[in-house]
Each structure stands twice: as structure tokens, then as C-alpha cells.
Design a protein around this ligand. Structure first.
Ligand code: OSB
Ligand code: MG
Length: 368
């Protein structure tokens, strides 16, 4: 395809309930939507940055600036561009992987729509629906957490992940275990602990968790390896896995025995497949993480999660877990604890233009 222009929008989508993690509380999802205008038609992508650099060093206004100033001009200059070449064109620019992922997805979607080919088939999906897990934010107290988790279990979610932080770890986990017994359960600390907390984290071992996600900082690979040797609970990395190379290094060090693959964090769906392949060859289970995606990224994540190495349920929940109104005409729904992999061309969902406009707070269009 030849890229003729790119439209960027900042959206503010209200959340159905506040989402609290160890790094903060969100009530509105601020996200960037990308529309690629190509010689073969348009395509859609999503840049999963958040308003502030708390989960990652990337954030909305920084993403907007680097996209408009450097990354989009480089793509517009590249002439005819296969989606597989996007990462190479953007490689000279260090970092900004969330931005690269959103731009690549929009171009890939345009190319696949033009070919009439679904993203799932292109990536190597082997199933038509994926088991759906849910990520549950920190609640007011353990009793409120039990109530919230019970609601998701009633809806059919097949795996629960609870957010933890120092002081809201053991009792919260114990409350969920006591209330619901042997459900598939895991915890996510979003980097809130240090190696000095190893004894406290070892107390989680008695809950028979599927995994503990990202207990330490993004660049603490060696400390994660040390911690992993102290815990029975498998250590899973999220923030630390910024690329295929980072994943290979983490595995070589013994820093993780499970990996959360988020296409948005690592620079795109093609890099995600590369990590999937690496882990599959190494016998390392992977699962598909989420960033409160709109219907655009949610559809693409369902396609990715349908690859055979995704042997654990992902954070691929129904749209209504976060949003009362999505920006696609057929938002993901929960059916028997699963979400369907879209079968239409490209990401397989259509944009609801009225909703898109209603949530847009900033817009720019760059042309060749
Ligand atoms: O750590 O997985 C995370 C949301 C925003 C930032 C980081 C994370 C999350 C989630 C939500 O846990 C996952 C989802 O989209 O359902
Ligand atoms: Mg995480």
C-alpha cells in the first residue's frame, strides 16, 4: 500500500467504573485512534498510551508529538510500503513502541481490508474464539473486591486477575480464594514491589495462583530472576517485555516462566507473533494482555490470542467490562466465557463514526 495520509484523534471514553491499579485510578480512558489513508483504502489502529507515564514511559501527548513530528513523516516518505516493512522504517527512532504499534496496525488493517483477508488468518490464528479473562482493579476493601469478582464470575469470565500493591496483597487474594475456591486466579502488581518484599510475596505461594505479574520494576530483570527462585508462584512479566529481544533476555536469565504479550507495548502485532514463536519454541506459556482497548485493539487482540501458543486465558474481555459505548458497531461480547475472533477483512470490525466523533477531543490529519 502507499500511505497518503494519517488521521490521529485523541479520544476520551468514559469507563463504566473507575479502574485502580498500583499506579493510579482512571475514570476515563484517554487513547489515540489512528486512521491510515492509503491508495487501497483506509485502515484503523489504536495507540494504547495513557494520559500519564505511570505504566510506561509513553503517554498521550508524547505519543502525539513523536507520531506527528517523526514517525508519520517517515512513513509518508517511504513510498509504497508493505505492512511488514513498517517496523523497519520506524526502527531508527528509539522506543515509542506503543506509537509504532498503532501506526503499524492501521497500515496492516488497510492492506488486509484491501485483500479481503482477516487479521486472525494473517497472524496464524487456529481457533475461532478465545477464553476470556478479566482484570479487576483494586477495590475499596476486600469485601468489595469479592462482590466485584462475583459479578464477573456470574457473567462467565473464565479467569480472574486482581491488581495488588503493598498492603493490598495477601488479604485481598485470601478473600477471593476463600469466597470462590479453586477458580483460575492470578495477581498483577504493576511494578509496585522491590526485592526487599520477597518474604511478603512468598506468602502468596499458599494461594496456588496461576502467576504473579510484574512484581518489580521494568528494568529489574536480574531481581525478577532472584525473586522467581524464591517463589513457588510462577513469575510473569508484562512491563519488562518491550520486544522480542527483551523476552529472549528475560527467559535466558530465568526472570520469567510466563509472558504477557501486549502488541501495543512491544511495537505491534508482528513483533507479538515473534515473541509468541520464541516462547512456543522454548515451551513458555504466553497470554494476551490488554490496555483497556477500544473495539479496534480489542478485535486485534482477539485475533492474536487465537494463536496456538496462547495457552492461558488473556485479558481479552467483553467491551462492556470497560465501556457503555464503544467506537465499533459490533463490540466484543462474552459468549460462554469466550470472545469471538472477528472473521471480516482486516481487524474485522467497522467503526461507529458517530461514537468516534462523540468521544474525539483532538484531531489532526497529516498528508503526503
Ligand atoms: O498491567 O495489564 C496491565 C490496564 C492498563 C495498563 C496496564 C494493565 C492493564 C490491565 C487491564 O490489567 C487489561 C485489560 O485491558 O483488560
Ligand atoms: Mg500487567
Amino acid at each position: 500500500v502507499t500511505l497518503e495520509g494519517v488521521e490521529l484523534r485523541v479520544l476520551h471514553l468514559p469507563l463504566v467504573a473507575p479502574f485502580t491499579t498500583s499506579f493510579g485510578t482512571e475514570t476515563v480512558r484517554e487513547v489515540i485512534v489512528v486512521r491510515a489513508l492509503t491508495s487501497d483504502g483506509e485502515g484503523w489502529g489504536e495507540i494504547v498510551t495513557q494520559q500519564a507515564p505511570l505504566y510506561s514511559s509513553e503517554y498521550t501527548q508524547g505519543a502525539w508529538d513523536v507520531a506527528a513530528r517523526f514517525l508519520i513523516p517517515a512513513l509518508l516518505d517511504a513510498g509504497t510500503l508493505a505492512p511488514e516493512k513498517v517496523a523497519g522504517v520506524l526502527a531508527p527512532f528509539v522506543g515509542h513502541r506503543m506509537v509504532k504499534a498503532g501506526l503499524e496496525l492501521a497500515i496492516l488493517d488497510a492492506a488486509l481490508r484491501a485483500e479481503g483477508r482477516p487479521l486472525g488468518e494473517y497472524l496464524g490464528a487456529t481457533v475461532d474464539r478465545v477464553p476470556s479473562g478479566v482484570s479487576v482493579g483494586i477495590q475499596a476493601d476486600p469485601a468489595a473486591l469479592v462482590e466485584t469478582v462475583g459479578g464477573y464470575l456470574d457473567q462467565g469470565y473464565v479467569r480472574i486477575k486482581i491488581k495488588i500493591k503493598p498492603g493490598r496483597d495477601i488479604l485481598d487474594t485470601a478473600a477471593v480464594r476463600d469466597a470462590f475456591g479453586a477458580i483460575p486466579l492470578q495477581v498483577d502488581a504493576n511494578s509496585a514491589f522491590t526485592l526487599a518484599d520477597a518474604d511478603a510475596l512468598a506468602e502468596l505461594d499458599r494461594f496456588d495462583l496461576l502467576l504473579i505479574e510484574q512484581p518489580l520494576q521494568e528494568d529489574d530483570l536480574v531481581d525478577h530472576a532472584t525473586l522467581a527462585r524464591r517463589l513457588h508462584t510462577p513469575v510473569c512479566l508484562d512491563e519488562s517485555i518491550t520486544s522480542r529481544k527483551a523476552a529472549a533476555d528475560a527467559l535466558a536469565l530465568g526472570a520469567a516462566s510466563i509472558i504477557n504479550i501486549k502488541a501495543g507495548r512491544i511495537g505491534g502485532y508482528l513483533e507479538a507473533v515473534a515473541i509468541h514463536d520464541l516462547c512456543r519454541d522454548a515451551g513458555i506459556p504466553v497470554w494476551c494482555g490488554g490496555m483497556l482497548e477500544t473495539g479496534i485493539g480489542r478485535a486485534a487482540n482477539a485475533a492474536l490470542a487465537a494463536l496456538p501458543g496462547f495457552t492461558l486465558p488473556g485479558d481479552v474481555s467483553a467491551s462492556d467490562r470497560f465501556y457503555a459505548r464503544d467506537i465499533v458497531t459490533e463490540p466484543a461480547v462474552l459468549e460462554g466465557g469466550h470472545v469471538r475472533v472477528p472473521t471480516g477483512p482486516g481487524i474485522g470490525v467497522e467503526i461507529d463514526r458517530a461514537a468516534l466523533d462523540a468521544f474525539t477531543v483532538e484531531r489532526v490529519e497529516l498528508r503526503r
